[in-house]
Design a protein around this ligand. Structure first.
Ligand code: BG6
Length: 504
């Protein structure tokens, strides 16, 4: 897949080069790709932003970011001295056409120096109001005319609702070919998330039971201990539904529910995911009332520290109606999944940080053991733990050793830590490498984003149109509002949590 990458020069132009995303994620990822030998022999990373900085000052910021956030720890001097030579900065106003002329001159100069045509990747690590401005200027300056050589990477949020995502898609497709547009959902780059497809489609034994005949229900739970903290400005206009469910959780759901693609081709894989989204049951007003729960955290204590409630976080409206927790029961109306509930939940300031998919199988058809033998009986469950634990567990019943017949639940575990010694790459490493290689499999296609928005619009409209009178309705360090327990308990289930060996 990455065969010719080494000899294909690349230029990254990072808008928002002095920002948080670059420091925390992009710079460490590019540095790790470099030290692991994945970067092409000829490459340049040009940061851009309004702050006037020299190349040297920019490089120092990048170094700081790597030192703080890279999985490989602080930079090693010899590697850094090499990497440093590829870093440049251009202070510029993204609204000004002059900026793009200067980029053009730089690109030409590098191409002449390298005696080759570089792939140019415009990375938009800026707030969404800049997307149309930058895209428009790239078009006017003709920097994106070569559909094979130029690419644009767009960070989330991709639109604020169906209408805005449609107009953003329309604007982008007027300038770029779809094969040039890389819409990021960083969950798709996570090692364990990529493994869902490998696990499902590289093993013959799962497919016969991967359907409504054997699976009773599915849970997808992404809970975070983090609060909204410094991100109030963005988050208060967004909320859990837009921030997490529209993208990350629906992507996970698609991976669990999709049909087998014919091959690993980007469009083939994405077609199968769009099929799932298209088959998901639409919500009417009554469904919103019965099948969704929203929540907002109040103050409390997290690991011995007092934390403020959401409404007291900086830049959050003290009367805010924004949800920091959402739980939804979905159905997929197709042959494979008819009648199988998919429960998803996500929340901030929850008791545990964990992203876990639990697939619960149906009960045995007939119980041959007497009640006292199977006291702790549980139905089979497949648990895919995405983070922090990276594992796949199959929970089965086994005989407890001893003279009497007694059953208990045991786990058959595939644990990354115990199986592999090498460190897993960060999601952004995978995604940046794929951007260089021109592989869009792990990126969202325009139609996919729109169908996901379309599905959630009735919930969004209902929640925004009706102020929640019981907010805040869950305290920090809890498992969310009680109604979320009721949502699943009504069907006779409970939210599954993975004991994380004492760690939260
Ligand atoms: C981001 C959301 O997309 O994902 C954040 O905007 C959230 O609110 C984050 O905290 C979670 O990502 P991860 O990789 O830490 O699970």
């Amino acid at each position: 897949m990455y065969a010719n990458l080494k000899s294909q020069p690349v230029i990254f132009i990072i808008f928002g080069g002095t920002g948080d995303l670059n420091a925390r994620k992009l710079a460490p990822a590019l540095y790790n790709l470099f030290i692991d030998g994945w970067m092409p022999d000829q490459f340049a990373i040009i940061g851009t932003g309004r702050t006037p900085l020299s190349d040297q000052q920019f490089a120092e910021k990048i170094q700081d970011g790597i030192n703080k956030y890279s999985r490989s720890g602080k930079v090693k001097k010899d590697k850094w001295d090499e990497f440093y030579k590829h870093l440049f900065y251009q202070s510029a106003d993204a609204k000004d056409s002059k900026t793009y002329k200067e980029f053009g001159t730089r690109i030409d100069k590098l191409n002449t120096e390298w005696k080759a045509e570089a792939n140019v990747i415009f990375y938009l690590a800026v707030s969404p109001e800049y997307f149309p401005i930058i895209a428009g200027n790239l078009s006017k300056s003709k920097l994106a005319d070569d559909t094979k050589k130029s690419r644009i990477v767009i960070e989330k949020p991709f639109g604020h609702d169906l209408e805005t995502s449609r107009s953003l898609n329309k604007l982008l497709s007027g300038i770029f070919n779809e094969c040039q547009i890389y819409r990021i959902d960083h969950y798709l780059g996570k090692e364990t998330v990529q493994n869902i497809m490998a696990f499902r489609f590289a093993n013959a034994l799962l497919e016969p039971i991967w359907n409504r005949n054997y699976i009773e229900h599915v849970q997808i739970s992404v809970t975070e201990q983090l609060g909204v903290e410094e991100r109030g400005d963005y988050y208060d206009k967004s909320g859990a539904l837009r921030d997490m469910i529209q993208n990350h959780l629906l992507q996970l759901l698609c991976l669990v529910a999709m049909e087998s693609p014919n091959n690993f081709n980007a469009d083939e894989v994405r077609n199968r995911k769009v099929d799932v989204l298209n088959a998901m049951r639409k919500f009417g007003p009554e469904d919103v009332r019965l099948s969704t729960v929203r929540g907002q955290y109040s103050d409390g204590w997290m690991e011995g520290k007092e934390v403020p409630g959401y409404r007291k976080e900086p830049k959050v409206d003290p009367e805010s109606n924004t949800e920091t927790f959402a739980a939804i029961k979905f159905f997929i109306d197709n042959w494979r999944w008819k009648g199988v509930p998919f429960y998803v939940r996500t929340g901030k300031r929850m008791h545990q940080s964990a992203s876990v998919i639990s697939i619960q199988f149906r009960d045995v058809p007939h119980q041959i053991f007497p009640a006292e033998v199977s006291e702790s009986w549980q139905q089979n469950r497949l648990v895919i733990s995405i983070q922090p634990e990276m594992s796949i567990r199959l929970q089965v019943q086994a005989k407890r050793p001893g003279l009497e017949m007694a059953l208990n639940t045991v786990d058959m575990v595939f644990d990354y830590k115990g199986t592999y010694t090498s460190q897993a790459p960060e999601a952004y490493e995978t995604l940046l490498l794929d951007t260089m290689a021109g592989d869009q499999t792990l990126f969202m296609r325009g139609d996919q984003v729109e169908v996901a928005w379309d599905l959630l619009m009735p919930i969004l409209t209902s929640w925004e149109g009706r102020k929640s009178l019981n907010f805040p309705n869950y305290s920090a360090d809890s498992w969310g509002p009680e109604l979320a327990e009721a949502l699943i308990a009504r069907d006779g289930f409970h939210w599954f949590t993975l004991p994380l060996n004492g760690k939260k």
